[in-house]
Design a protein around this ligand. Structure first.
Ligand SMILES: Cc1cc2nc3c(=O)[nH]c(=O)nc-3n(C[C@H](O)[C@H](O)[C@H](O)COP(=O)(O)O)c2cc1C
Length: 138
């Protein structure tokens, strides 16, 4: 019997998506959704995140994405993010973030919720990239 198939099963696709994240040009971050607690702890970042921010996975797992924020981070953007996520919606925005070495850059990121079979949000998935600074002026 042939061991190849034209119909890839789900686990092969899951494994392929994990590889896609590992080799992606964009930063990927996954956090846990904790409805009854403040903050969303990071459970996964890919190597593009390390390239972008200077933080290794070991340094950020268990912390919140707030570690990227600082004095120039636009609080109105974070307010909109919170509103969107609390309504179960996604988010797309830009804000000044800070690398591990303290240098600032404009982060553009998108977030989508991941739901379980009961429809409850268990995680948030983000893709992140550096945007040209001029996009901050609007
Ligand atoms: C999946 C995910 C990714 C996030 N990525 C970023 C990011 O790249 N930069 C940023 O400034 N905030 C990011 N945030 C927003 C911060 O987590 C949030 O502003 C911070 O944790 C404070 O939120 P709180 O005041 O509701 O606890 C992200 C949030 C989530 C859920």
């Amino acid at each position: 019997m042939s061991v190849t198939t034209n119909q890839p099963n789900i686990s092969a696709i899951d494994a392929a998506l994990a590889i896609a994240s590992r080799i992606a040009f964009n930063s990927v971050m996954i956090t846990i959704a904790q409805p009854d607690k403040v903050g969303t702890p990071i459970v996964y970042v890919n190597s593009a995140f390390t390239q972008l921010t200077g933080y290794t996975a070991e340094e950020v797992i268990g912390k919140t994405p707030g570690i990227l924020q600082g004095p120039k981070t636009d609080q109105a953007v974070l307010h909109r993010l919170r509103e969107n996520l609390s309504r179960g919606e996604g988010f797309h925005g830009l804000a000044i973030n800070y690398r591990k070495d303290g240098s600032e850059f404009l982060m553009e990121w998108k977030i989508a919720p991941l739901r379980n079979d009961q429809g409850q949000i268990t995680h948030f998935v983000a893709v992140q990239r550096e945007a040209p600074m001029r996009e901050a002026v609007s």
